[in-house]
Design a protein around this ligand. Structure first.
Ligand SMILES: [Zn+2]
Ligand SMILES: [Zn+2]
Ligand SMILES: [Zn+2]
Length: 243
């Protein structure tokens, strides 16, 4: 079975997607209700089963005990599906989602003429709208929201901009980093355990954009501008489809 052409349908069956150009499967580590670490892959959760010292790989099994679906995690972090034939539909909700974040720029606060606190970032101002208790982050939006502008900033308790970083897996099985709608492939790890990533369009579009992260995916630096717009993907059950 070629897993790349398949995705689990709503009823738990398989749907052929041979016509799609590209798809990326979201790989996330999440916590179960009891606090156990699970892998979220393509909308399903997997639990650690055993470590093979000979092959230096970890085996993960679907959290539904009777289901035969399995994943292998190789020592370099790459996840390979062994069997993705689930005998049940994907779980509707996964609690305690442990989303990894990266932080970059410090934001500057200014006062409006009326004395209201605003954020000034890259020559634009933002109004405060919402505090998320769970994430300990504040959301700020463009004052022109009513006129259709969707610009938004998420700021953490250290007044730093927060952007969501996700790990996704390409069709060829390569782990990619997804940040601000762009994808990055792993380049190298420095002696200081800093991971260097470069845009997946580095050769096709001669893109020079790079990211450096710590082991926990916290962003250390963002270098260079993209030479191209972000690829458009839509997301279904943890799988990104390119259009
Ligand atoms: Zn399953
Ligand atoms: Zn705006
Ligand atoms: Zn790029």
């Amino acid at each position: 079975m070629d897993w790349r052409l398949l995705r689990c349908g709503a009823g738990g069956g398989w749907t052929e997607l041979a016509g799609r150009k590209e798809l990326l499967t979201e790989v996330q580590y999440v916590n179960s209700k009891k606090g156990k670490q699970l892998i979220l892959f393509g909308g399903y959760t997997f639990t650690f089963k055993y470590h093979s010292p000979v092959k230096n790989t970890d085996y993960w099994q679907c959290t539904k005990h009777t289901c035969k679906a399995k994943l292998v995690v190789i020592s370099n972090g790459t996840i390979k599906p062994v069997d993705l034939t689930h005998d049940h539909p994907a779980p509707r909700e996964i609690l305690n989602k442990n989303i990894q974040f990266g932080t970059v720029d410090q934001v500057k606060y200014i006062n409006s003429k009326k004395g209201k606190k605003l954020i000034m970032y890259k020559d634009y101002t933002y109004n405060y709208v919402h505090y998320s208790v769970k994430m300990d982050t504040k959301q700020w939006i463009c004052p022109r929201r009513k006129r259709g502008c969707r610009a938004k900033l998420v700021v953490n308790c250290h007044d730093k901009l927060v952007s969501e970083i996700k790990m996704v897996m390409s069709q060829s099985g390569t782990s990619l980093l997804r940040y601000n709608k762009y994808h990055y492939c792993h380049l190298r790890v420095s002696k200081a355990k800093i991971h260097h990533w470069r845009c997946t369009s580095h050769s096709s579009k001669n893109c020079r954009a790079r990211i450096a992260t710590k082991e926990n995916k916290e962003i250390v630096s963002v270098l260079g501008e993209h030479s191209h717009p972000p690829p458009y993907f839509f997301r279904v059950d943890g799988t990104y489809y390119k259009v």
